[in-house]
Design a protein around this ligand. Structure first.
Ligand code: NAP
Length: 432
């Protein structure tokens, strides 16, 4: 069956865990059902949801009658086609995933500890059952990195992958870069909910090491576990280290680095690194993540985004869910259903800020006349700079607030007719 042939039978999803990520996934399935269908030809339906406490209030996307605390029942239910594990930790997540795989159900998980430490057992169970085990969300949350490594770059000889894969430590390092002590920066991260009360897993690099092991396994096709990763955290960094780095043209980042060496061996490590300020990874701030990939043919690539958070992570889970559903339906990912003709928004309705440059006569009242034209068309001015030009002319540069193409073009048309305007010097749309 292809997705085109079977567009009516929904793919029934059994969700194990409905917390930050599971709850956001339920919301996405409820809100975006039609959009997912239009893009994939699949109807994904939440069929059962296992939680610890069925009395806890959940959003409208999780109707009460779907809730149960019989997680094994959900993992093996006859009316569940795909299982999504979002409980976290080793047990009962491990046993539940094994139960689901043995029952012939593809499994999607975001559980990095489990995949990094016990991945081999799970991959073997999935292979034995002939079903997919997908875990995109286990590395760098919402950033799709494992699928590109596994599929788009499948034939590429990857040499090195370097990632900022822990948002908490990146946030702390950013603050230390700006003069805060380690203790102050950590306390701030904790008060924002970015760091746990016991921050060891993040600040000592354990979390990043688990992700490095997963990246290395996928990028190089050689199994690695978290314990194979050399690891050093950020807790012993001193303000002087940052001052030195700055003087030398570097920033300090906690990097997970996996490499394939000339003799075919591979290595993985996590430690604070001096990154040249000109390197793309140096501009990754706050709690963002990024993964920098180097391959012999492709050269350099960078993936950047939110490495955690309910919705970004649920987005990665949803991608895997579509993949798993395709595998069930025998359809090929990347094959669009018969797309309907696009409903195209006319260019005149596009909106952005604009840079507009005018050559005008340098005489009293010009500015008021020009500003009046902008105002009449509802285009409001954010900044303005005026410069005299030789021969009694002047140049005025404007940057507007967000305006539509239609209103800006109407403004320019009226400006062209104004006696005091000699020429429109330039019009460039600004990325907002
Ligand atoms: N949060 C993120 O930003 C993020 C990013 C990347 C990956 N992940 C991974 O995604 C997974 C889920 O994370 P999360 O932040 O969503 O966790 P969470 O908010 O703590 O949610 C855990 C869910 O599991 C349920 N649960 C716990 N024990 C259970 C049991 N024995 N049987 C059935 N359900 C049980 C809880 O039920 P109750 O609701 O009743 O307590 C809760 O709904 C983890 O593996 C995590 O590492 C999370």
């Amino acid at each position: 069956m292809t997705p085109e042939a079977d567009t009516t039978t929904p793919v029934r999803v059994g969700l194990l865990g409905c917390g930050n990520v599971g709850g956001a996934l339920a919301d996405l399935l409820a809100q975006d059902g039609e959009a997912i269908f239009a893009r994939t030809g699949l109807r994904l339906e939440l069929a059962r949801v296992a939680v610890r406490n069925t009395a806890k209030a959940r959003g409208p996307a999780v109707p009460e009658h779907l809730l149960t605390n019989d997680a094994v029942g959900v993992a093996t239910a006859a009316d569940v086609d795909v299982v999504v594990e979002l409980i976290g930790g080793i047990e009962p997540a491990r046993s539940l995933i094994l139960d689901a795989l043995k029952a012939g159900k593809p499994v999607v998980t975001g559980n990095k500890e489990l995949v990094a430490d016990l991945g081999e057992e799970l991959f073997q169970a999935a292979a034995a059952a002939g079903v997919a085990l997908l875990f995109e969300a286990s590395v760098a949350g919402g950033i799709p990195i494992l699928r590109p490594l596994r599929e788009s770059l499948a034939a590429e000889r990857l040499t090195r992958v370097m990632g900022i894969v822990n948002g908490t430590t990146n946030y702390i390092l950013d603050k230390m870069e700006n003069g805060e002590s380690y203790g102050e920066a950590l306390a701030e991260a904790q008060s924002l909910g970015l760091a746990e009360r016991d921050p060891t897993a993040d600040v000592e690099g354990f979390d990043a090491a688990a992700k490095a092991a997963i990246i290395a396994t996928v990028a190089f096709g050689q199994k690695m576990v978290a314990g194979d990763v050399a690891r050093e955290g950020i807790s012993s960094l001193l303000p002087g280290d940052f001052a030195f780095a700055r003087r030398m043209g570097f920033v300090i980042k906690l990097l997970a680095v996996v490499e394939r060496h000339d003799d075919g061996s591979v290595s993985a490590r996590v430690h604070p690194s001096l990154v040249p300020v000109s390197h793309p990874l140096a501009s990754v701030h706050d709690s963002f993540n990024a993964v920098f990939v180097e391959g012999e043919a492709v050269g350099q690539l960078m993936f950047f985004g939110r490495g955690a958070g309910g919705r970004p992570t649920a987005s990665a889970v949803l991608g895997d869910l579509v993949d798993a559903a395709y595998s069930l339906r025998g359809g090929a990912p990347g094959r669009l259903p018969q797309p309907v003709r696009a409903r195209i928004r006319p260019f005149e309705e596009m909106a952005s800020p604009y840079y507009v440059s005018l050559l005008v006569r340098d005489e009293p009242g010009v500015l008021a006349a020009v500003a009046g034209v902008f105002g009449r068309h509802g285009v409001s001015i954010r900044t303005m700079e005026q410069e005299g030009a030789p021969g009694g002319d002047a140049r005025i540069d404007f940057v507007t607030h967000t305006a539509t193409e239609r209103n800006v073009q109407a403004t320019l048309a009226e400006l062209r007719d104004l006696d005091v305007v000699d020429a429109i010097g330039g019009l460039i749309r600004v990325v907002a």
